[in-house]
Structure formats: structure tokens, C-alpha cells
Design a protein around this ligand. Structure first.
Ligand code: NAD
Length: 425
């Protein structure tokens, strides 16, 4: 992919899918690192791609065939690791990109793991619990030969949660004996780690705190706006609130909710659970979902899906910094416009890495059959995220590159070195 200037980006603008976006960033960082053509082509393509077709009996007695994927991108540094997404727009190319982001994320955080991702094309929100369970069990059977504690360890992502992980663990254990280390993000009573449920959101708050500290700004004088009020969005809001930051607006697919004095997050969560939306909650002004990008704030936190920030809304954004809690929320072709406006973008592979860090802790606890305290998990998460933030900022200053390119450079260097050292034989 040729390197384009900001002007070229505007002229040739289009939305890039996850795989194209990941390669776009990879090429820029690899150019800076002067990585050889051979190593580039090795690191860019996935090691293994699996497509499965899952026959599932639906509640009305009909048979429906779902298509699912597992893409294992790279395992030079350790077993493949990455979440499972249930969404109507999942595709193999989508999952390829998400899998490569896991490789860069685990390397950046210095975890002894590689990268993978999975997904099933389905409208999970409109399926019953029984249908989801049967589909999950079929999916696990279909990919069981290629996952395992030392091979590939799935975790939750969009529309999958600890129940889905429990079914996966149970199905895998039927085939290979009790084996909780095959997935992370499990319920605590089945070998899940204390602190995993809120780890990604907590990690987002840690990164915001570090960035604010570097800029010399008091968190109690700042405001945050969050797109997406699911696992990551809610817990990011919760932990930012605890640090003193005022979360003034959040959104879901249907609406946005604003209160300039700060939202009552627990009331909003209860309202969303009862009604299915943040809209109409007492004490908030309800707005169109997309209006979330018009709100002036210090920190804008996209925590929903990829391509949230595009040419349609980039001009409206009035934030000091964007913290990418979702994977790939900023279309790469509009990023130069944000830079021109003086808005810092803190990249996804750093900002949302808290989830995989605590997944790593969960895996370690399962392998050792030993449980850590929540305090130990939180302390270690804080230490790892703070150190990764420092490394990215230092690299960015040394190399005169954006935080994103600095993060990719650090990650690619590690994976390339492991791949080279292990050899291609
Ligand atoms: P989730 O399913 O719990 O929540 C997603 C939320 O986004 C939902 O509330 C949904 O309504 C909302 N949403 C979707 N489209 C939207 C739109 N256009 N506008 C506003 N809101 C919208 O998923 P999650 O686990 O919170 O994941 C969110 C993002 O974080 C994803 O990109 C995921 O890959 C990434 N991520 C998740 C984890 C994790 O541990 N769960 C870890 C790292 C990264």
C-alpha cells in the first residue's frame, strides 16, 4: 500500500476495513523500522484461517446454518490469543485485521502470547440464551482441534461474555478433560480471574490518567464523552469517575445521553438494562447517537466498533485527546486531520490492552492452579499499563512519530525479532 499524504487521504477517502486499517499502520511503522520485505510479508499475513459452518436448531424447531471463523495471526512469541465476536457484520477479512491487532497488542504489553480473533456471523442480540448456547457449543466443537492452553486461547469480545466463555470451556473440556486455561474471561467460580470483567475499562482509565499526568492536568477538572455503553464503555466511565473525571455523555446504537454536571452511571446502566437504551433516562438530555461527536470535552473515548470517526464527523470533534477503547475506531485516512487540529490519538493497541493483560493473568492462574487476589491483579495491571504507556511516549519522542506509529514500532520490533530468532524452518 503506497504511503499517502494528508491531502491524498482526503482525495482518496474511503472507509478501510479492519484488515486494511491494520496493514495501513503496519506499513508506516515497518518503513520507519526498515524491516526487510521478507519479514514484512511474513508478519502481515495470518498463520492459519479457519472457516466453519454451524448447523443449529433454533427455538422454533428450524435449522439455521451460521458461518464462523477463527484466524490465528502470529505465534512467534507465544500461543495465539484473542476474543470471539458475535455480530451480523463479522467477515473473514474483518477477523484477519482484529487478529493482527492482537499480535501487536500482546507484543506491546510484553505478554508471552501471540494474536488471534474469532467470530460468528449472527444477530446475537435477537437470539435466545438457548440458541446462543447451542451455537457456541457447535463453534467450539468445530475449532476444538486448533485451540488449547498452549495453542490458542479465546476470550470475550463484542456480544460475547463470561457465559459464552463458560460454554466454550465446558465443551472443550468434554473433549480433552477439565481444562479452564483454554479460554479467559470465564466466571470467577470456573477459574476466571478477579478483575477480568472490568479490566479493559479500568485499563482505559489508567491510560487517560497517565496522559493527563504528562500534560499536567488535574483529572477532577476534566470531562469525558464515551461512544458505546457496553462492557468497555461502562467500566471506562466507572473508573474515570472514580479518578475524579466527569463523564458527561455516553451513547449506544439508539441514542446518546448527556448531563453536563456528570452522569449517574449506575442509574443509566439500570435504565439501559430495563429499556434496552440509554435514551429517556431521568436526569439526562437524550440526543441522536451520532451527536455524541459534537459534544465538547477533554477526552473522547470511542468504545463501540471500528470506523466510528470518519470524514462525516471528524470536523465536529472538539476534544483534547481521543482514547481508542474500541479496536480500530478511527478511520486511518482521517487521522491526519485530527493531528492538524492538535488532537492527540492514543491508539487502541495500547488504550484497550487492559483486557488481554488480565486475560494473561487468568491464563497464568489457571496453568498454576492458583488464584490471585483482586488487589494483586489491579496492582499488576496498573504496573504493566503504566510501563507500556511510558515506552510508547518515549519512542514517539525519540522517533518523532505519532503515539500509534510508536506503539506499532515497539510491537513489530518484538515480533520480528522473535520470528527471526526462531527461524522459518
Ligand atoms: P459490548 O458488546 O459489551 O458493547 C458494545 C457497545 O457498543 C454496545 O453498548 C452497543 O450498543 C454499542 N454500539 C455499537 N455500535 C454503536 C454505535 N454506532 N454508536 C454507539 N454505540 C454503539 O462490547 P465490548 O466488549 O464493550 O467491546 C467494545 C469494543 O472494545 C470493541 O471494539 C471490542 O473489540 C473492544 N475491546 C473489547 C475488549 C473486552 O475485553 N471486551 C477488550 C479489548 C477491546
Amino acid at each position: 500500500m503506497p504511503i499517502m499524504t494528508g491531502e491524498d487521504n482526503k482525495k482518496h477517502y474511503r472507509l478501510l476495513n479492519c484488515n486494511e486499517a491494520s496493514k495501513h499502520h503496519f506499513e508506516r511503522a515497518a518503513n520507519k523500522l526498515k524491516i526487510s520485505r521478507q519479514i514484512r510479508s511474513w508478519l502481515k499475513i495470518p498463520f492459519r484461517e479457519i472457516t466453519v459452518h454451524l448447523p443449529v436448531i433454533m427455538d422454533d424447531g428450524s435449522l439455521k446454518i451460521f458461518e464462523g471463523y477463527r484466524v490465528q495471526h502470529n505465534n512467534a512469541r507465544g500461543p495465539h490469543k484473542g476474543g470471539i465476536r458475535y455480530h451480523p457484520e463479522v467477515s473473514i477479512d474483518h477477523v484477519r485485521g482484529l487478529a493482527s491487532w492482537m499480535t501487536w497488542k500482546t507484543a506491546l504489553l510484553n505478554l508471552p502470547l501471540g494474536g488471534a480473533k474469532g467470530g460468528v456471523v449472527c444477530d446475537a442480540k435477537n437470539m435466545s440464551e438457548g440458541e446462543l448456547e447451542r451455537m457456541t457449543r457447535k463453534y467450539t466443537q468445530a475449532i476444538s482441534a486448533d485451540i488449547g492452553p498452549y495453542q490458542d486461547i479465546p476470550a470475550p469480545d463484542v456480544n460475547t461474555d463470561e457465559n459464552v466463555m463458560a460454554w466454550m470451556m465446558d465443551e472443550y473440556s468434554k473433549l480433552s478433560g477439565f481444562n479452564p486455561a483454554v479460554v479467559t474471561g470465564k466466571p470467577v467460580e470456573l477459574g476466571g480471574s478477579p478483575g477480568r470483567l472490568d479490566a479493559t475499562g479500568r485499563g482505559v482509565a489508567i491510560i487517560v490518567e497517565q496522559w493527563a499526568g504528562d500534560c499536567g492536568c488535574e483529572l477532577s477538572e476534566t470531562t469525558a464523552v464515551i461512544q458505546g455503553f457496553g462492557n468497555v464503555g461502562y467500566f471506562a466511565a466507572h473508573h474515570l469517575n472514580k479518578l475524579g473525571c466527569r463523564v458527561i455523555a455516553v451513547s449506544d446504537t439508539g441514542a446518546a445521553a448527556l448531563n453536563e454536571d456528570g452522569l449517574d452511571l449506575d442509574r443509566l446502566l439500570r435504565h439501559k438494562e430495563e429499556t434496552g437504551s440509554v435514551s429517556g433516562c431521568p436526569g439526562v438530555t437524550s440526543m441522536e447517537s451520532e451527536e455524541i461527536f459534537d459534544i465538547e470535552c477533554d477526552f473522547l473515548i470511542p468504545a463501540a466498533l471500528e470506523n466510528a470517526i470518519t470524514k462525516d464527523n471528524v470536523g465536529k470533534i472538539k476534544a483534547r485527546a481521543i482514547f481508542e477503547a474500541a479496536n480500530g475506531p478511527t478511520c486511518p485516512l482521517v487521522e491526519p486531520e485530527l493531528t492538524e487540529k492538535g488532537i492527540t490519538v492514543v491508539p487502541d493497541i495500547l488504550t484497550n490492552s487492559g483486557g488481554v493483560v488480565v486475560s494473561y493473568f487468568e491464563w497464568v492462574q489457571n496453568l498454576q492452579q492458583f488464584t490471585w487476589s483482586e488487589e494483586q491483579v489491579d496492582t499488576e495491571l496498573y504496573r504493566k499499563m503504566k510501563n507500556a504507556f511510558r515506552r510508547v511516549v518515549d519512542k514517539s519522542e525519540q522517533e518523532h512519530v505519532s503515539l500509534r506509529i510508536a506503539a506499532y514500532m515497539l510491537a513489530i520490533e518484538k515480533v520480528a525479532s522473535a520470528a527471526r530468532t526462531r527461524g522459518a524452518y
